[in-house]
Design a protein around this ligand. Structure first.
Ligand code: IPE
Ligand code: IPE
Ligand code: MG
Length: 240
């Protein structure tokens, strides 16, 4: 769904939560120590959304490329995701947060997927904040999976290739039904996209901040949002 207006507060903010490893290294601690601190920050940022007027928050938790990390780090992260879901489920539910997961679930541990499904079901009727967690998510992988499903529809004679436009493709993406992000924030000073929301961010504004994710407080979040209000978005048009 394309964003189509200039607003003071971004309706949908997407965050590439980067810098947990460096944060831990700076303290002489293992990388997982940084991931744990990062998880606590997620709760703070989610809780800040209603007060800041952010209705949709999408966070990058694990990329399709993050499997390249050590086995210990990957399994530590997976265990952290599971613990986080169990621990936060109640709070998210009563706080009106609707949780969705995007990404390829087929490579994830079935026990983790069950927790993800349960949390999605528990929070299905919530509407205050829409939290989307990208877990084993890659933009290219998402587009490839969407294409595979669309091609199957064509092969079955249910879709005419001549009818395939951007709107039709969007229906097959994991994010179907969600608005496009207005603002993508990446922490830790890296200025790259790392395969996050490639299709959906076509007209997003980007903000690259030096802060490492475990240090990204609700106050810093509010500062970045204030900067967004000063931007002029054009969506390809010329200002009237
Ligand atoms: C982001 O922090 C969290 C994940 C990718 C899971 P990193 O683990 O990438 O931290 P740095 O970039 O090594 O500091
Ligand atoms: C992007 O961060 C993925 C997540 C935040 C989950 P990375 O740390 O994996 O990205 P690169 O490797 O620096 O591009
Ligand atoms: Mg990183």
């Amino acid at each position: 769904m394309p964003a189509d207006e200039n607003r003071e507060v971004p309706e949908h903010v997407a965050i590439i939560m980067d810098g947990n490893g460096r944060w831990a290294a700076a303290r002489g601690r293992p990388r997982l120590f940084g991931h744990q601190a990062g998880a606590r920050r997620v709760s703070e940022i989610v809780a800040a959304c209603p007060g800041l007027g952010v209705r949709y928050l999408t966070i990058f938790a694990f990329s399709t490329e993050n499997w390249k990390r050590s086995r210990a780090e990957v399994s530590g992260l997976m265990a952290l995701f599971r613990r986080y879901i169990v621990k936060e489920a109640q709070r998210l539910t009563v706080n009106g947060v609707r949780v969705r997961f995007i990404g390829d679930r087929t490579r994830l541990d079935p026990a983790l997927v069950r927790h993800m499904d349960t949390l999605e079901t528990l929070t299905r009727d919530n509407d205050q904040v829409h939290l989307t967690v990208a877990l084993n998510y890659g933009g290219r992988d998402e587009i490839a999976r969407a294409t595979r499903r669309l091609a199957a529809e064509v092969a079955a004679g249910r879709v005419d290739p001549g009818d395939i436009d951007a709107c039709r493709v969007e229906r097959y993406l994991d994010t179907h039904g969600l608005p496009d992000p207005d603002l993508v924030i990446r922490t830790s000073g890296e200025a790259r996209v790392s395969n996050f929301l490639l299709w959906q961010s076509a007209y997003a504004e980007y903000e690259f901040v030096e802060t490492l994710w475990p240090d990204f407080t609700a106050e810093k979040f509010a500062e970045v949002l204030a900067g967004f209000g000063k931007r002029e978005r054009r969506f390809g048009a010329v200002r009237a």
